[in-house]
Design a protein around this ligand. Structure first.
Ligand SMILES: Nc1ncnc2c1ncn2[C@@H]1O[C@H](COP(=O)(O)OP(=O)(O)OP(=O)(O)O)[C@@H](O)[C@H]1O
Length: 538
C-alpha cells in the first residue's frame, strides 16, 4: 500500500468511528478528510443490484415508496408492519445499499442492541439520538443544534428505526421535536411536517412485546405504544405478509410443516386461537410439545433442554443455541442457580458495590435509613444482582451495550472462559461476532426502575447467567432449542408469541406447563391486547 492509500485507509477508519458517534472529521478544523467515500460505493451498487430484483411484490412497493420520497426530497413517515421472517431486514439492507451507493446518508437504528446488529451500520436508537432514559411529554433529545450530530441529522436522507413497537411513543415524540428544531432552521416548510420533514421508516410487529410500563395496565401499555402517538396520524402503514424465511430453501413437505407451525404462532400472537374462560384467554398446547412433570419441574425442564449437562458442559457449542425461557425473574433465577450448582468446577462469587446516587434530595424517603445491606438486597430489572455466581464454561448474557460495533450489546450471549479478580474473559456465541474472545470489566449501573423511590448505583460485571432468561430478554434472539417454563403463565401482551417464535421449527420447542390453579394441564394463558391492533390502519 502506498503512503497515500495508507492515509486514506486510516482516515476512513477514524471517520467510521466518528460517524458511529454522530460526528465526522469535517467537524474538526484542520483535520484532513478522506478523499474517498466512507462507503465502498462500487460494492454497495453490486449488493443493491444483486438483491433488488429478488424483492417480492410487497417489499417492492415499500422500496419504491421510500426511494421515491428520498429521490424527490419529499417527506415521508412509514411503518413497515411484518412478523419475523417477512424480510424487513432484507428490505432495509437493499434500501441502505441503494441510497449509500448514491452518497445519500442513511441512519439505521433499532430499539434493542441485538436488532441493531442486523442493520448495516446500525446503532441503538437511544444512543444514536441521545434519548434520555427518563422521558416525559416535553422531553427533547440531548443534541445541541450546532453540534456535529445535529449536522448529521440535518443532512440525513433516511432514518430507519427497527423494532419500533417496543419503544415508548414518548421517545419518538422527543425525536420529532428535536428534528423539528434542527430542520426548521433550514426551511420554514418543515415546520408543519413530522420529524422536521425527514423520511422516517419505522418497522416491527405489534404482536411482540410492547413498551414496558412497570405494573402497567393494558390501557397504559396500549397508550404508550407508537400507534397511540399524535404522530401516528401522519404514518402510512405498509404491510409485509409473506414469510420469506419459509419461502426460500425448504423442501415442500418441510415448508408445509413450517407454515402450519408459523400460522399457529401468528394466531396466538393475534389472540385468534384458544378458549376464553372468566375473561381470560387460554391456548391448548399440543401434547407432543409438553414436557411431562415427573417430580421437580425445574429438574424436568433442565433434563429436556440440557440433556447430559455435566458431560456436554465442556462442548463450546452446547450453549450456543439453546435456552430456557420463563415469564418471571424469580423463575429464571431459580433455574440458573439450580444449573450452576450442578456443574463441576470452582465457583467464583462476585459481589457488587452499591451506593446511593449523588446528593439528590428525596423528600419522601429518609436516606439515612437506606443501608448498603438494604441496597444489596434490591433485585430490579436492568442491573445484575448483588451476588453473581459464575464458573468457567457457563453461558452468560450481557445486560448493557458495551461495544455494539464489536458485537457486545445488551442481549449478546457469551460463554465464560476466564474468571479473574477484576476481569472476565469470554467467547461470544451469538450475534455478529461469534467466536471473538472478549474481556468484560465491572461498570456502574443505575437502575431506571421507577418503582424504587430513590436512585442508587451498582458496580458489578454487566452480565447474568443465561441457561434461562426472561421472555422479554429473549426478544430478538434466534435459538434452535427452547424450553418454555410456564410455572407462572405469561402476564403481558406478546410474551407467549415472542417465546414461541424464538425457534425456527417445531422440533426445537418444548413447553413445561404447571400453572397452579389450572384444572386442565394442557393449556396456558395467553395475553393479547387486541386494542393495539385496532389502532393500526392500512
Ligand atoms: N426478497 C427476498 N429474497 C430472498 N431472500 C429474502 C428476501 N426477503 C427476505 N429474505 C431472506 O429471508 C430471511 C428472513 O428475512 P429477514 O431477516 O429480513 O426478515 P425480518 O422480517 O427482518 O425477520 P426478523 O424480524 O425475525 O429479523 C432472511 O434469510 C433473508 O435473507
Amino acid at each position: 500500500m502506498s503512503q497515500d492509500e495508507l492515509q486514506t485507509f486510516g482516515l476512513l477508519e477514524i471517520e467510521k468511528l466518528l460517524q458511529s458517534n454522530g460526528k465526522s472529521l469535517r467537524n474538526y478544523a484542520g483535520m484532513p478528510v478522506p478523499n474517498k467515500s466512507l462507503y465502498d460505493t462500487v460494492s454497495l451498487t453490486h449488493e443493491h443490484d444483486a438483491n433488488v430484483s429478488k424483492l417480492n411484490e410487497e417489499q417492492r412497493v415499500v422500496y419504491d415508496k421510500i426511494i421515491d420520497c428520498v429521490s424527490n426530497k419529499r417527506h415521508g413517515f412509514f411503518f413497515v408492519y411484518g412478523f419475523g421472517g417477512t424480510g424487513k431486514t432484507f428490505l432495509y439492507r437493499v434500501l441502505s445499499a441503494k441510497l449509500r451507493s448514491e452518497k445519500n446518508i442513511v441512519i439505521n437504528v433499532a430499539s434493542s442492541g441485538i436488532a441493531s446488529l442486523l442493520l448495516p451500520g446500525g446503532k441503538t436508537a437511544h444512543s444514536m439520538f441521545n434519548i434520555p432514559v427518563e422521558i416525559t411529554e416535553d422531553t427533547v433529545c440531548r443534541i445541541k443544534k450546532d453540534s456535529p450530530k445535529a449536522e448529521v441529522f440535518r443532512i440525513a436522507d433516511l432514518i430507519i428505526w427497527d423494532e419500533a413497537p417496543m419503544t415508548n411513543k414518548l421517545a419518538f415524540e422527543a425525536l420529532d421535536r428535536t428534528l423539528w428544531d434542527i430542520m426548521v432552521s433550514v426551511s420554514d416548510r418543515n415546520k408543519d411536517l413530522p420529524f422536521g420533514g425527514k423520511v422516517v421508516v419505522l418497522g416491527g410487529d405489534f404482536r411482540q412485546v410492547l413498551p414496558i410500563i412497570p405494573k402497567g395496565s393494558c390501557a397504559e401499555i396500549v397508550i404508550a405504544s407508537i400507534n397511540s402517538s399524535v404522530l401516528w396520524k401522519y404514518c402510512e402503514v405498509l404491510r409485509l405478509t409473506k414469510n420469506m424465511r419459509l419461502a426460500i430453501g425448504s423442501e415442500q413437505s418441510t415448508a408445509q410443516e413450517l407454515r402450519l407451525f408459523s400460522d399457529w404462532i401468528l394466531q396466538i400472537g393475534e389472540g385468534h386461537c384458544g378458549t376464553v374462560v372468566n375473561e381470560k384467554l387460554f391456548v391448548d398446547i399440543p401434547s407432543d410439545l409438553i414436557i411431562p412433570v415427573l417430580e421437580n419441574p425445574v429438574e424436568d425442564i433442565v433434563n429436556t433442554i440440557y440433556p447430559n449437562l455435566v458431560q456436554n458442559f465442556r462442548d463450546p457449542s452446547f450453549f450456543q443455541d439453546r435456552a430456557i425461557l420463563a415469564s418471571t425473574v424469580d423463575n429464571v433465577e431459580e433455574i440458573n442457580n439450580y444449573i450452576v450448582d450442578l456443574l463441576p468446577g470452582e465457583e467464583k462469587n462476585y459481589l457488587s458495590a452499591d451506593s446511593i446516587c449523588g446528593s439528590d434530595a428525596y423528600s419522601d424517603v429518609d436516606v439515612d435509613w437506606i443501608t448498603v445491606e438494604f441496597l444489596n438486597q434490591i433485585r430490579c430489572s436492568g442491573p445484575p444482582n448483588h451476588l453473581l455466581k459464575l464458573k468457567i464454561g457457563v453461558p452468560i448474557i450481557l445486560l448493557r451495550n458495551i461495544d455494539p460495533a464489536g458485537g457486545l450489546c445488551n442481549g449478546t450471549r457469551l460463554v465464560v472462559r476466564d474468571l479473574g479478580t477484576n476481569i472476565i474473559g469470554a467467547d461470544i456465541v451469538s450475534g455478529s461476532n461469534v467466536g471473538d474472545k472478549v474481556f468484560i470489566t465491572r461498570m456502574s449501573m443505575i437502575p431506571s426502575d421507577t418503582v424504587i423511590p430513590f436512585k442508587f448505583q451498582r458496580r458489578q460485571f454487566p452480565v447474568s447467567l443465561s441457561f434461562a432468561m426472561t421472555i422479554n430478554k429473549s426478544q430478538g434472539q434466534t435459538l434452535s432449542m427452547v424450553g418454555l417454563f410456564l410455572h407462572r403463565p405469561v402476564f403481558s401482551h406478546g410474551q407467549l408469541y415472542v417465546a414461541l417464535s424464538r425457534v425456527r421449527n417445531r422440533n426445537g420447542l418444548k413447553i413445561l406447563l404447571c400453572d397452579e390453579g389450572l384444572d386442565d394441564a394442557g393449556r396456558t394463558e395467553n395475553v393479547v391486547f387486541k386494542e393495539v391492533f385496532d389502532k393500526v390502519k392500512f
